[in-house]
Design a protein around this ligand. Structure first.
Ligand SMILES: Cc1cc2nc3c(=O)[nH]c(=O)nc-3n(C[C@H](O)[C@H](O)[C@H](O)COP(=O)(O)OP(=O)(O)OC[C@H]3O[C@@H](n4cnc5c(N)ncnc54)[C@H](O)[C@@H]3O)c2cc1C
Length: 411
């Protein structure tokens, strides 16, 4: 494989690192530079709200690749370096310090940054977010027993932080506007099921929005739209991310809530590609929803590597993510809501079950709650669009793994 003479990957998160790895796997021999704004050796983010925040794993345990890997793979890793402008027609990436990087192709893997609390007082230093290892280290040092923690937002990150903090002995209040966060993804019943776990584990859940943040000693007081006020030593805001689009817009790329890319992750400029949380793939009927999950970033990094070398990308798979809280793993694949019906496999009362969405005789999505053994098979059924009835899926005597294996055999 020849490919471009020099490739610059901007953003040393999982999408960027996987893309570098895959470029070498595919035989790319040219110059490869990975620019990362953060100082830390590239690392996995999912543990930041789980094992890392609990203190069970340290920075070496979350590294994406060992320190020596970059040199072995001839990846020029420039940490603490911000790409400030991409000039594709001149084949250059301008950086915050040091010489511009020559680039025949550029991958934008710039991820996203957390939304802030846009209310008066929301910039108080006790009001924090969780995206980087530096955020997680600072938060971990504050999560001591008895500390009053306010979590704003009960989505994936907010729920995990609440679970971790209460597990560390903190007094946690979760402030959330919806009675069922994640309802659009999980559907009404499962969203409710997951949200109710907070109360059972001793988290105080308040249904309201934050209207103002006032100082309160070293901490803050969250003033809520329901008239209540919550005194907190530290607040973690988990209200979603904004994709980091500045480089893309600066380079004049087509952007619509994400950098628009094709199946090979090529943007509207032939030399610029995008992958991970910042990218939004085109579907047959227009742009697909932007995916903000680890697996999408891995798949995007791989597809972009192929795309940059002019090779066919691997076939796309249905979005999949996991989330851990209170010792329970939630995994979701495909689309759970929408037309069709859902069936249960297993007893929710036991705490371990699958919820499967069936549309036109095919399984189009599923959620597994504390049920690790079957998700690989379900993902295969969803990706292959296998014809399967709702009753078959619900029947625990039917082995889903066998169904998935059969789906792989040519008819
Ligand atoms: C606390 C937490 C827990 C999570 N848990 C889960 C989970 O359980 N399951 C799941 O599926 N997903 C989870 N996710 C989401 C998952 O981690 C992300 O989808 C994934 O990290 C996206 O990878 P990325 O490479 O696209 O972007 P990022 O990880 O955001 O990396 C982008 C990198 O680019 C750098 N950058 C940006 N602009 C520039 C620039 N101009 N120059 C140089 N560098 C730049 C940034 O500093 C950053 O390091 C979690 C995320 C967080 C924050």
């Amino acid at each position: 494989v020849t490919g471009p003479g020099a490739i610059v990957v901007v953003g040393a998160g999982v999408a960027g690192v996987i893309a570098c790895d895959q470029l070498r796997v595919l035989g790319y021999q040219g110059r490869l530079t990975l620019l990362g704004a953060e100082d830390a050796l590239p690392y996995e983010r999912p543990p930041l709200s789980k094992d890392f925040l609990q203190g069970r794993v340290g920075t070496p345990g979350i590294a994406l690749r060992a320190a020596g890997w970059y040199a072995e793979q001839r990846v020029e890793l420039r940490l603490g370096t911000v790409a400030e402008r991409v000039v594709p027609n001149e084949g250059r990436v301008l950086v915050s310090a040091g010489p511009a990087e020559p680039a025949d192709a550029v991958l934008l893997a710039t991820g996203g940054r957390p939304r802030r609390l846009g209310v008066p007082g929301g910039d108080h230093p006790a009001v924090t977010v969780l995206r980087t290892v530096a955020d997680a280290e600072a938060l971990r040092a504050r999560l001591l027993p008895g500390v009053r923690v306010g979590v704003v937002g009960g989505g994936l990150i907010g729920a995990e932080v609440a679970a971790t903090a209460v597990g560390l002995g903190c007094a946690v209040t979760l402030v959330e506007t919806s009675g069922r966060p994640l309802e659009r993804v999980l559907g009404r019943w499962l969203a409710d099921h997951m949200h109710r776990a907070h109360g059972r584990h001793g988290v105080r859940v308040v249904r309201a929005a934050v209207s103002e943040v006032g100082p309160d000693g070293e901490g803050v007081r969250l003033h809520l739209t329901n008239g209540q006020a919550v005194a907190c030593d530290v607040v973690v805001v988990g209200v979603g991310i904004e994709p980091s689009l500045e480089l893309a817009t600066g380079a004049g790329l087509a952007v619509d809530g994400g950098v628009l890319v094709d199946a090979g992750h090529r943007s509207s400029h032939p030399r610029l590609f995008a992958a991970g949380d910042v990218a939004r793939r085109q579907g047959p009927d227009g742009p697909l929803p932007r995916v903000e999950h680890w697996d999408g970033a891995v798949a995007g990094g791989r597809a972009a590597a192929a795309g940059m070398l002019g090779l066919a990308p691997p076939p796309p798979r249905a979005p999949w993510f996991w989330s851990d809280r209170y010792g329970v793993r939630l995994e979701v694949v495909g689309e759970l809501t929408g037309p069709g019906r859902t069936v249960l496999r297993g007893d929710p009362g036991s705490g371990s079950f699958l919820l499967l969405a069936v549309r036109d005789g095919r399984c189009v999505g599923a959620a597994a709650v504390d049920r690790p053994g079957e998700m690989t098979a379900v993902r295969r059924l969803v990706d292959a669009g296998v014809q399967v009835g709702a009753n078959t899926l619900a029947d625990e005597a039917v082995d889903l793994r066998a169904l998935a294996r059969a789906a792989r055999r040519p008819a």
